[in-house]
Write a protein that binds this ligand. Structure first.
Ligand SMILES: Nc1ncnc2c1ncn2[C@@H]1O[C@H](COP(=O)(O)OP(=O)(O)OP(=O)(O)O)[C@@H](O)[C@H]1O
Ligand SMILES: [Mg+2]
Length: 486
């Protein structure tokens, strides 16, 4: 609307009138000037009344919606300005927050009312609401004169389109932290590629078939009606490349427009799957799945399985990768077909794999006459993590031996020597137990109560130990000057 028009009363746009193409004013026979004037004035007044639209709920996280609103308002009007929050007695100054939109960039968004520059008395507010299926999502409230309703509806459509095509989260690598609804960004450029990791040929083929091909072909699969949703469990010892594969798959996912979502230790599994549904197609990576299903508490396990089954709903385009070092601790319920579609063993490398990993990692810096049989023997029973570490040490050794301008060449002896250095640590690790499981908070609390009871009965002292982080409280009762575990 131009400036000139804005000063006039505005066009008649309501449904209450009928238009015709001539220039004559047509009114019902018998109507008086007074009555016609009254009706037109009434229409004019009603177009000028301010009304509020039903809140528009967007199935996107609140920060995503706030950024889309800021971008659309900026694009449509060239500028946007925040208004203060109205309270009963005063108007507070406008407030803004800075929202991360990638690993390195942030966008300032207004947290209160936003004025729409070309519309008189129109404003929008971005808020959040609890969606039954997705948890916290963004909602937009709009207030404007009735005559500007359609303009504001267009604006809402633009916001919807902006979210559809330019969401800050969709197709990105994300991490869920605790039970926070807003995910954090992860740097896929630092994730490994096939130049960095090596698996046994069978394992690699299984990973390609179960995870990577469906990721690459997800659009084709959707067209052919093949479900994308599937779960793969990676099982194997420490340091064999399970986490590395999750990262490699995330890289692949992001390249193919699939959102990759990792769960940090302690991440809320519900928020994790809700976020995956919001930003599907999505790849979800859950480490140490046994921790979720081996608590022995039936209620917790069945709640987990319920949440897990939720992503198997027909419309869900969510692929799940889980890892475990202890396949025997996983609840049977999780392993039944329909919940886990493939279990892939990620294990030690064979002779061919060890050679491949060394050649791949060392490249040109490898001597020509390396004896891989001898090296394989020296690295007997080493997991890939140990082999990778031995290669690094061998490199350090070779660098130490070479002049600054001399090219380094890793020899059989460098690699065997480095492998030998790690043997002690390897033996220790093999003998080491799993360590003490962190007691849950309830368990720690009941320990304290038990300790207090013992104190009351035996007159013994009670003290806390085990560091400063709460749940690791260890309770010790001292009787006759000696510590007795509760
Ligand atoms: N298959 C592999 N190929 C190449 N390097 C590997 C492989 N597996 C492990 N590594 C090396 O070991 C490091 C740790 O690997 P990763 O975290 O992927 O193991 P993991 O199987 O997840 O171990 P954990 O069971 O302890 O979580 C990697 O950063 C990499 O340097
Ligand atoms: Mg791991």
């Amino acid at each position: 609307m131009s400036k000139g028009e804005k000063k006039s009363l505005g066009l008649i746009t309501g449904d209450e009138v009928q238009y015709h193409d001539g220039s004559a004013i047509i009114i019902p026979r018998g109507m008086t000037y007074d009555r016609a004037f009254e009706i037109l004035e009434h229409m004019y007044r009603s177009q000028e009344t301010i009304e509020e639209l039903e809140p528009e709920i967007f199935p996107f996280r609140p920060n995503d919606v706030a950024v889309a609103v800021a971008r659309v308002v900026q694009r449509r009007y060239g500028l946007s300005f925040g208004l203060g929050q109205r309270s009963l007695f005063a108007e507070e100054p406008p407030s803004f927050k800075s929202v991360p939109v990638s690993l390195t960039e942030r966008v300032e968004v207004a947290t209160g009312r936003i004025a729409l520059p070309t519309l008189d008395n129109a404003e929008i507010r971005v808020g959040e609401t609890l969606h039954p299926q997705y948890g916290l999502v963004g909602a937009v409230n709009c207030e404007m004169k009735r005559k500007d309703r359609s303009h504001v509806r267009e604006l809402l459509k633009d916001i919807q389109e902006e979210l559809r095509t330019n969401s800050i989260y969709k197709g990105k690598a994300l991490r869920i932290v605790g039970n926070k609804a807003e995910p954090e960004f992860m740097d896929v450029d630092r994730f490994p590629t096939w130049d960095d990791i090596v698996y046994k040929a069978e394992a690699r083929a299984a990973l390609e078939g179960s995870v990577l091909i469906p990721l690459r072909k997800h659009e084709r699969m959707a067209r052919e009606g093949v479900p994308f949703r599937r779960s793969t469990l990676l099982a194997g010892p420490y340091g064999t490349g399970k986490t590395s594969f999750g990262q490699l798959a995330a890289r692949e996912a992001v390249n193919c427009g699939v959102t990759a979502i990792f769960s940090d230790a302690g991440a809320d599994i519900n928020v994790l799957f809700q976020t995956a549904r919001l930003y599907q197609p999505a790849l979800v990576f859950i480490e140490d799945i046994d921790v979720y299903t081996s608590s022995g508490e039936d209620e917790k396990v069945s709640k987990f399985l319920d949440i897990f089954d939720g992503v198997h709903a027909k419309t869900a385009e969510v692929m799940v990768i889980m890892t475990t070092n202890h396949v025997e601790r996983i609840h049977r319920g999780l392993l039944r077909p329909g919940r886990v579609d493939a279990v892939i063993e990620i294990d030690h490398l064979d002779r061919h794999g060890v050679e491949k990993l060394i050649r791949q990692t060392v490249g040109n810096a490898l001597a020509d006459d390396v004896d891989f049989d001898a090296i394989y023997e020296a690295m007997d029973a080493y997991t890939p993590a140990f082999i990778a570490d031995a290669i690094k040490r061998a490199k350090v050794h070779a660098i130490g031996r070479s002049a600054d301008d001399e090219e380094i060449k890793l020899t059989t002896e460098d690699l065997i020597g480095a492998a030998a250095q790690l043997r002690g640590q390897h033996n220790l690790m093999r003998r080491a137990t799993e360590g003490q499981r962190k007691p849950s908070f309830e368990r720690a609390l009941s320990d304290v109560v038990a300790g207090a009871a013992a104190k009351a009965v035996n007159g013994a002292a009670l003290r806390k130990g085990g560091g400063t982080d709460g749940p690791q409280i260890a309770t010790v009762v001292i009787q006759n000057g000696e510590e007795v575990a509760v």
